[in-house]
Write a protein that binds this ligand. Structure first.
Ligand code: MN
Ligand code: MN
Length: 472
């Protein structure tokens, strides 16, 4: 007779902390080392442009070159395609005929943040501000009274391009959205959390001193002297005038470094782990590949946080156009390639948060430290707006994970009627490609400081490697 304990172990599908499965000290060291490199990446790359230029630089150092549709490619060849500096496709040609399909891992490199309006600068009561428009789904109150750094690009009226990054170094200024002191907030505190700070109240403080040119000293009747002073500083430093701010992409993101969390240092807090955790792990896995059986495409998309719209998002045809060019240069039919291909839509999932347990259905929620998350479908309210992976494809993916000793768990976003969300999977499924959502659990998702577990991050990296090297 078997014990109940044995029988449960044999028959139940339970999540298990990775820690309990690690017996090798070397494995713990690998997890810690990987986390250090990941943290450096998170602290250095906070916008889609910064991620793509980092990936381009690293890929070129690893022997990848720009894709050329006139060239004939062979197994083992490595190249990349970049769309407007904001999205990228990395490729390593596999041994198999591409008509047997390709592997795709698709993540996104944009994250929720505070963008500026096209005509942002104004002065009020001798303080200078930027008007902003937030990007992606945020709880607005989380973005006030935290240090924000300025990242972006401005094309000056003469066509000269300037890249900006202000507020990441200790000797540089940061920027801030102010909030009302509690003493005077009795009216504000009656607002719902959704409205405690409104979109038009997300105003960024950028200066407080008036222009003090000698010739202006007597002309006290002049207004907007603080705004003038800020513009004068920008003009002296970068040669820009107010009008140049329209031909620009300027974002404000948390000016905080990635840090360890907890006495045991088991977790990582950082801005933008949705979805740079998947971008970084899939990138690292791809860099270390030899020649896989199946041709592998690692995609880093932009605009996911605003619905994948726009020409650098996956609702654009750039991925399809690229695969068409690739199929032609490999001498195969695109449709034969697509229908046999399979994709991990690599994106984060909501980790179970005991403090907010009511939002989750615990049986179907991913837990921190229990490994990579397989999400059969996303969407909301009646599986709306999702791609639901087939039984056959789920079986294929978990077979690859199990064969490679990857610790994984099944996870969904939350209770059925509570809300939901989507990923890029439905835009990939449109091509008749098999696709499934895959990622790691994240606490405080879409906040300025998101939390992941180091063991999960490492497991995701190993899972990307296993998927890229699949032989089924
Ligand atoms: Mn995401
Ligand atoms: Mn997101």
């Amino acid at each position: 007779m078997r014990s109940i304990k044995e029988l449960k172990k044999q028959l139940f599908f339970n999540q298990q902390n990775i820690q309990k499965k690690i017996t090798d000290q070397k494995e713990s060291e690998k997890i810690a080392n990987f986390a250090e490199k990941y943290k450096t990446f998170l602290s250095e790359c906070k916008t889609e442009r910064e991620c793509i230029s980092y990936f381009k630089f690293q890929a070129q150092n690893n022997g990848f070159s720009e894709f050329n549709n006139k060239k004939k490619y062979n197994p083992g060849d490595k190249f990349f395609y970049i769309n407007r500096g904001k999205a990228m496709i990395l490729v390593t040609v596999g041994k198999n005929n591409p008509e047997s399909g390709v592997s795709i891992i698709a993540s996104h490199v944009d994250s929720p943040r505070i963008d500026i309006k096209p005509k942002p600068m104004y002065e009020k009561n001798e303080l200078a501000y930027f008007k902003t428009h937030y990007y992606g789904g945020i709880k607005k109150y989380q973005w006030a009274t935290i240090p924000l750094s300025m990242h972006g690009k401005i094309i000056k009226r003469n066509g000269e391009e300037i890249e900006l990054k202000i507020g990441e170094k200790a000797d540089e200024p940061i920027f801030c959205i102010t909030d009302l002191l509690p003493h005077l907030a009795s009216e504000q505190m009656k607002r719902s959390a959704e409205k405690s700070i409104l979109g038009e109240e997300l105003n960024l403080l950028i200066g407080s001193l008036p222009c003090c040119e000698n010739s202006l000293k007597e002309e006290t009747e002049h207004s907007d002297l603080v705004k003038l002073n800020v513009l004068q500083i920008l003009n002296k430093t970068y040669g820009i005038i107010e009008k140049d701010l329209i031909a620009a992409e300027i974002s404000f993101v948390p000016a905080v470094e990635a840090r360890d969390v907890g006495f045991d240092k088991s977790m990582i807090a950082a801005y933008g782990q949705d979805d740079r955790v998947c971008a970084y792990t899939s990138f690292q896995a791809h860099m270390e590949l030899k020649t896989p059986e199946y041709t592998i495409l690692t995609v880093f998309a932009d605009k996911e946080e605003i619905g994948s719209n726009g020409n650098t998002g996956l609702e654009s045809f750039f991925l399809e156009f690229f695969i068409t060019d690739l199929a032609e240069s490999l001498g195969v039919n695109i449709r034969r390639v697509l229908e046999k291909s399979c994709c991990l839509s690599a994106d984060v999932n909501a980790a179970f948060d005991p403090t907010w347990s009511d939002a989750y259905e615990k049986n179907n929620t991913s837990l921190l430290n229990c490994g990579a998350v397989v999400t059969k479908y996303t969407g909301s309210g009646g599986k709306v707006s999702t791609s639901d992976a087939t039984a056959e494809f789920v079986h294929k993916v978990i077979s690859i994970l199990d064969a490679n000793d990857i610790v994984w768990q099944s996870g969904m976003l939350g209770k059925v009627d509570t809300g939901g969300g989507g990923t890029v999977s439905k835009f990939i499924a449109r091509f008749n490609i098999d696709v499934i959502d895959f990622g790691v659990p994240v606490l405080s998702m879409h906040s300025p400081y998101e939390i992941t577990a180091k063991q999960d991050v490492y497991m995701l990296y190993r899972a990307c490697t296993a998927f890229a090297n699949r032989n089924i």
